[in-house]
Design a protein around this ligand. Structure first.
Ligand code: GCB
Length: 616
């Protein structure tokens, strides 16, 4: 797993051949593909671009909504000169479960649709020749998939997804696929932990730094680590698989003022380089103390968004152009942070966040942890009087789902741990924290992350409105309290908005009594808004009303100095399952799905550009 977690790079010793492009594609509703030899070629394929979600490229409903097994097949030329090394196919993600075959032989399986894995293919490959690569995917939801949901069967036998979450169940090969060549003796992992010596004259930007590092390799040769600054000048070096690197007067990574060093790791045999890998690493510390979140010892105020990887036609398909626009929109509006709601985003997004200095709350794909026969809105209790039964009371959740969750967290931390932008972990979104049964489960996963994240970043979860202060049973595990609240929309909407302000303040004061040392931030609040609908006086769904909702929240945030951040829902409008609560998707974006600002975006821009990233 650890090698899979290293972002692929070309170096003096490593090569990459992209496998993106047009693949053969076919649905397999009867799950007969393996038996019928589809791993060697599909009987009746259509072509499908990779990376992309398959759903929105089709014009018929059956294909768009398809749930079950489906296949991707391509031809792959494997260079003969790579025979002396390790040759692996890396899937940056495969949503949600995948089995990979090369020339008809199974070479890898992976569950979980948002994290990378590799298939080692040396033993089955035809060198300097064409090979058949086939991937059987499955996008069914259950209580043991993350995210959580159900798979239903219609009377005609067609399967359909019933997500317990509010985003479309896009699937397929949605991120890059590449063929990797690495030496047999190779670098498999790199860990860095930063310490800074901020003296009395510390100006927040430069400080003497100590970086504890650890390199894992697959062999026994010596290791060296060389640190280059942004001009490519060597500033430090060290020998050995683990040790400490001192960097005098290091240029620190800060919010919206990033600085990245290049850490070059080499396995050496005398002067010969056996393997070389590098990563771009920002030096910074993060901690939670006395109701504050501190980066490099300085108190931050988080302004940003809950987001989605979602765009027209591409679905959740990796799209660097759309991503770039999102970062430009976030900079324009004065944001300094975001949460990877509700799954780990493509690695390229985190590298961009590293470069642009965004504080990322990296979220696991753990959404929908509610026991309900209904979809997301029913499950959340938001529109139903039904008292949800608790998810964590189920035995299979405490065993099987917990095991899946633990494995996913291990993969997520292994992949994302070096990113300076990743400043906190969100281990779940809106779980049912109303029952005692949740407590042991939460302690288990929070202990796990404390153990595997050597940087010991703050950990939290996004709390749901139906588990307010006094009802929520698990907040003791969180380093800071993160709230999703919808006063002004699902409750206290329209003319009743002033009651939302009173109710929310009452709940906040209760939180502060319960957790007087923990800061609170808002990870969701907002109002569905149809771009172009204007109304005087406002009504719900109009652009004017969205501005009123944000004004109400600003008043709340400005009332307490232990509120350390505001991340409205959502940066953009996004696609969901169809339903009576959604008009072609969720419309809570500050920007439309094609990334244009609604009126409230101008309101937030005025507010946020006046609030500094660091207090003092
Ligand atoms: C939530 C969920 C998010 C939804 C949002 C909404 O609490 O975390 O996934 O999209 O509410 O708009 O209802």
């Amino acid at each position: 797993m650890s090698f899979a977690s290293l972002y692929p790079r070309v170096t003096a010793t490593r090569r990459i051949q992209s496998m993106n492009g047009s693949w053969d594609f076919q649905f397999d509703p009867e799950s007969c593909g393996v038996k019928e030899g589809w791993a060697n070629g599909l009987p009746n394929p259509t072509d499908m671009p990779v990376p992309a979600s398959f759903a929105d490229v089709f014009t018929d409903k059956y294909s768009r909504e398809y749930t079950g097994d489906f296949w991707y097949v391509t031809e792959l030329f494997v260079p003969g000169e790579w025979k002396d090394g390790s040759v692996d196919i890396r899937f940056d993600s495969a949503t949600h479960a995948a089995t990979v075959f090369v020339n008809g032989t199974e070479v890898a399986r992976h569950e979980g649709g948002f994290l990378p894995f590799v298939a080692h293919i040396n033993d089955v490959v035809k060198w300097n020749d064409y090979n058949t690569v086939a991937v059987r995917l499955n996008n069914e939801l259950s209580w043991q998939t993350l995210p959580v949901g159900e798979t239903h069967t219609l009377p005609d036998g067609t399967k359909t997804s019933a997500p317990y979450f509010d985003f479309y169940n896009y699937s397929g090969l949605q991120r890059n696929v590449s063929l990797l060549y690495t030496p047999n003796e190779r670098i498999e992992d790199l860990d860095v932990v930063h310490h800074i010596d901020a003296g009395p004259d510390f100006n927040g930007v430069f400080a003497d730094a100590r970086v504890d590092y650890r390199v894992a390799t697959s062999g026994d040769h010596d290791v060296e680590v060389v640190v280059l600054d942004e001009c490519g000048i060597e500033v430090a070096r060290a020998e050995g698989r683990e040790g400490t690197i001192d960097i005098a007067d290091a240029h620190l990574w800060n919010l919206r003022a990033a600085y990245l060093y290049r850490f070059v790791v080499r396995i050496k045999d005398g002067d010969d380089v056996i393997d070389e890998y590098f990563d771009e690493i920002g030096i910074r510390t993060v901690e939670v103390k006395d109701c504050r979140i501190l980066v490099n010892g300085r108190e931050v105020y988080l302004k940003g968004f809950g987001r989605h990887e979602d765009s027209d036609i591409h679905g959740r398909g990796f799209d660097p152009v759309v991503n770039k626009r999102d970062y430009e929109d976030m900079k324009w509006i004065g944001a300094n942070s975001f949460r990877t709601s509700h799954y780990p985003y493509a690695e390229e997004q985190l590298y961009e966040a590293d470069r642009d200095g965004f504080f990322v709350i990296d979220e696991a794909p753990t959404v929908g942890m509610f026991k309900s026969t209904m979809n997301f809105l029913g499950a959340s209790g938001a529109v139903s009087d039904e008292k949800p039964k608790t998810f964590f009371d189920e035995e299979s959740v405490q065993t099987e789902t917990l095991a899946v969750h633990r494995r996913t967290l291990e993969e997520m931390v292994a992949r994302d741990k070096r990113h300076a932008s990743v400043c906190a972990w969100s281990l779940l979104n809106e779980p049912d924290t109303t029952s005692e049964a949740a407590v042991a489960y939460f302690e288990n996963i929070f202990d796990l992350v404390a153990e595997i994240d050597t940087q010991r970043r703050p950990k939290t979860y996004a709390s749901i409105m139906m588990a307010p202060a006094g009802v929520d049973k698990t907040h003791h595990v969180a380093d800071f309290i993160m709230l999703n609240r919808y006063h002004g929309w699902y409750v206290n909407g329209g003319y009743a908005i002033s009651k939302g302000l009173i109710d929310m303040k009452a709940e906040l004061e209760r939180w502060h009594e319960l957790e007087p040392d923990k800061p609170v931030m808002f990870s969701e609040y907002g109002a569905d808004t149809m771009a172009g609908v204007h109304k005087l006086p406002s009504v719900m769904w109009s652009e004017e009303y969205q501005v009123e909702v944000f004004r109400m929240w600003s008043e709340i945030f400005d009332s307490y100095d232990w509120i350390v951040g505001e991340q409205p829902w959502n940066l953009n409008d996004f696609q969901t399952t169809e339903g009576i609560m959604r008009v072609n998707g969720n419309k809570k974006g500050l920007f439309t799905r094609d990334r244009q600002p609604k009126m409230a975006a101008f309101y937030l821009r005025d507010r946020w550009t006046a609030i500094p990233d660091y207090k003092g």
